[in-house]
Design a protein around this ligand. Sequence first.
Ligand code: TYD
Ligand code: MG
Length: 455
Amino acid sequence: MARDGAAYVCQSCGAVHSKWAGQCTACQAWNTLVEEAQARQPGAITPTRATKARGLALETLQSTSVGPDRILTGLEEFDRVCGGGVAPGSAILLSGDPGVGKSTLLLQVVASAAARGANCVYISGEEAVDQIRSRAARMGLGASAVRLAAETSVRDILDGLKREAFDLVVVDSIQTLWSDQHEASPGSVTQVRAAAGELVRLAKKRGTAIIMVGHVTKDGQIAGPRVVEHMVDAVLSFEGERGYPFRVLRANKNRFGATDEIGVFEMGDAGLREVRNPSALFLNEGGERSAGAAVFAGIEGSRPVLVEFQALVAPSAYGTPRRAVVGWDTGRLAMVLAVLEARCGLGFGARDVYLNVAGGLRISEPAADLAAAAALASSALDVALPQDCVVFGEVSLSGDVRPVSRMEARLKEAAKLGFSRALGPAAAIEGAPFKVTGVSRLGDAVRRIGEDDWS
Ligand code: TYD
Ligand code: MG
């Protein structure tokens, strides 16, 4: 039987059960329930003592008071992803694979913000103060006014942060923290949730912006319960492919800004360098584009970004041909292949198909359909696209090529980078800075690629 005030929390999914069981009914995992002394939930109704209601204070949408200014860290790529600087009193979770550069990024963020007069603290539960110092020295931040602490006790951290008015605090990482209110070990769901909850409360109460680091597990989940994501105001992820120096900061949730914004960085010997013009970075520099390559004119957040789609269609040695994708959606590839087969007469049945987005960027825009299809058709037909051509457009199941958002901005960026023609939806022709081969059917695009006809 459940004891009074005890609850059983699944360490895999965070579901709360009233009694112990061998299997979690929410996520079906075995042996994951751990007893947790239940701190009284704020707002929970105590059955024995009726509390008197105080009425509801209703407000209007109009307000005469102006909200406090954002904290501009001076790292523009970071500020933009946050929605124009860090909102005071906000709680942000930064997630990413181990070694991707989260600690490096946040050390630069606080150092840069401190240089602009913000009162900043960097608390690490993973590194000793000396280690952080030597890293900072290597990155040329040795003279920064940031203050450091190596601490894992939530109680000590909260106590320390109450002693002064801090603007921005980094806690690296949420998995190393432990609260003496709970018996579970650091990194467990119980501890992560409790520590995050305490930090979020402090952020709201004191107006201190707190950035917490959260490691992700192999399957891309932030270790610990999803509830941390619900508690914070913004969830940012820091991504990068192994072997590439590029790192992309993305907002997955943001109460203070748009979620499709990206920040691009390059990891070097002295830390992360901001990349103001990502298009130049993601394009395969200099080299001739061969059959199977198509340059996609994309939009990431508010910025146009050009990236190269690379496809390889090759005879399969196996009974079941392979389909492998890096940087794009597998389901979307299956759809584009099916449309190419059914509407354009290209056969992929006994052939392996590989599709790669160069540079390690992940593309999720539907506007990339036509670029992927063009790369696939170019490889299947063994005809290269013109070197100076960009591609964009959405492809429907019926084989139509549909217009996409912000076509002018895409073409302008392409013109800026020396491209002088485009393959896209017919609606893109008007007002274009150069020749656009407008197509309304995918079959038209494939025919033009096959016949090398760009008249
Ligand atoms: P780190 O910020 O410690 O990653 P995380 O906190 O996400 O685990 O970065 C670790 C990697 O970054 C490590 O492999 C070394 C590399 N790095 C550089 O290449 N240059 C640098 O200036 C720094 C500080 C790190
Ligand atoms: Mg780290």
